[in-house]
Design a binder for this molecule. Structure first.
Ligand SMILES: Nc1ncnc2c1ncn2[C@@H]1O[C@H](COP(=O)(O)OP(=O)(O)OP(=O)(O)O)[C@@H](O)[C@H]1O
Ligand SMILES: [Mg+2]
Length: 375
């Protein structure tokens, strides 16, 4: 039997653990045309959840558009990605749009082009109609046209747009992009979701008085997976793969991964690989070693970019989370200096490597924390 656990974004019809309350609440915001910021640590299941939400909305005849801002390079790049995802979605809905095809003519900045692709047959791409305007003007135009499209369209029950990894717009230093996006979005009769994991950077966009998006969206934080549902999910998945896992051992997997969605799947994946028909405690220990061995490369990439004072603080918090990071006792125990801590703390928070959780400073990723304590 193939391994029933997944290591990537959950595929469309794959098993999903819970998140029912989250889905209900988010669907309601989408129907109310509210804008929402969805945030959590990395690999918590934001993209999987949002894709599931959009699939549900599509069934309710919503037009759903998903944009990924991962590694955007310019305003022009943002405009391109938006135009491409708009055309792609409209193309999928072609039959529904037949009688309303004239709406498509409102989009003038880019034209759709079909290009042959080695692995996907023909793909829909976009080309700018004029080469002589700046990136920010191109973005301004496409947003204007999209707003007009939303106003005129009658084929869909509503429009839902996602910007995944939204915090990456802050990498466009000195760009007026926040203001331009905000101006248009507030006029659009649609629901926008801003998704991201660099929480400090993302939240500052919406909670800093001097920024255009200030207080323009509902803040929605995602939590770890709930215990009982997670234990059931793990047992069911093992069963689907033809194996049996006791409640006690399913709870152990949940506990070792702090119910952190990605690690739950990754640990369970390795457990499935190393076990016989009945899961044993030693399989979990061995699988955890396998998990650490495979995550190690990513962790090494993270720490190699840190300075020695950032590393010292990270190690200290991995060994002992604390509410008193600046206390003389803590600083002496881990050889930290006041100046070093202040700068390191901000940088580590910006990278979302550490967080203040209910007053306690700790490393965000529990498995990374365990790895750090080992050297
Ligand atoms: N509800 C869930 N049930 C089971 N597994 C889940 C669930 N949500 C997420 N996962 C697992 O967690 C992993 C990360 O999911 P996803 O990529 O959606 O997270 P993300 O928060 O978007 O991550 P990133 O911050 O890296 O973009 C995936 O391997 C997925 O299988
Ligand atoms: Mg994601």
């Amino acid at each position: 039997m193939p391994n029933p656990f997944t290591l990537g974004v959950i595929p469309p019809r794959a098993a999903f653990c819970n998140r029912k309350t989250e889905l209900n609440e988010l669907s309601s915001h989408a129907r109310n045309k509210a804008n929402v910021v969805v945030f959590s640590p990395r690999r918590y299941g934001k993209t999987s959840l949002i894709k599931k939400l959009q699939r549900n909305l599509m069934r309710e005849k919503y037009l759903t558009i998903y944009n990924d801002f991962f590694m955007i390079t310019s305003e022009n790049d943002v405009a391109h990605r938006m135009a491409r995802s708009i055309y792609n979605v409209l193309h999928q809905h072609e039959s529904l749009l037949k009688k309303g095809a004239r709406y498509l003519k409102t989009l003038k900045t880019f034209r759709p082009v079909f290009k042959p692709s080695a692995d996907k047959g023909v793909v829909l791409s976009v080309e700018p109609v004029s080469a002589n305007i700046s990136g920010i003007e191109v973005l301004d135009n496409i947003l204007e046209e999209f707003g007009e499209f939303i106003r005129k369209q009658t084929s869909f029950a509503g429009v839902h747009i996602v910007f995944d990894e939204f915090q990456e717009i802050t990498d466009l230093k000195g760009s007026p992009i926040e203001g331009v996006l905000r101006n248009h979005i507030q006029e659009h009769d649609a629901s926008y979701f801003f998704v991201g994991s660099r929480r400090r950077i993302l939240l500052d966009i919406f909670n800093n008085k001097s920024r255009p998006f200030y207080q323009s969206a509902i803040m929605f934080s995602m939590n770890a997976l709930p215990s009982r549902e997670l234990t059931n999910f793990l047992q069911n998945q093992f069963k689907k793969g033809g194996k049996r896992c006791s409640t006690q051992l399913a709870e152990k997997i949940a506990e070792m991964t702090a119910r952190y969605p990605y690690y739950v799947q990754a640990l369970a994946y390795h457990v499935f690989e190393v076990s016989g028909p009945l899961i044993k405690a030693k399989d979990i220990e061995y699988a955890f070693e396998k998990l650490l061995a495979s995550e190690r490369y990513g962790y090494e990439g993270i720490v190699q970019d840190l300075t020695s004072s950032q590393m010292a603080l990270l190690k200290a918090l991995a060994n002992r989370p604390t509410s008193k990071i600046m206390s003389t006792e803590y600083m002496q125990a881990y050889r930290l200096s006041i100046g070093g801590i202040q700068y390191a703390r901000k940088k580590l928070e910006d990278l979302d490597l550490i967080e203040n959780f209910d007053g306690l400073w700790r490393v965000v990723d529990p498995v990374f924390a365990r790895w750090i304590t080992g050297f």
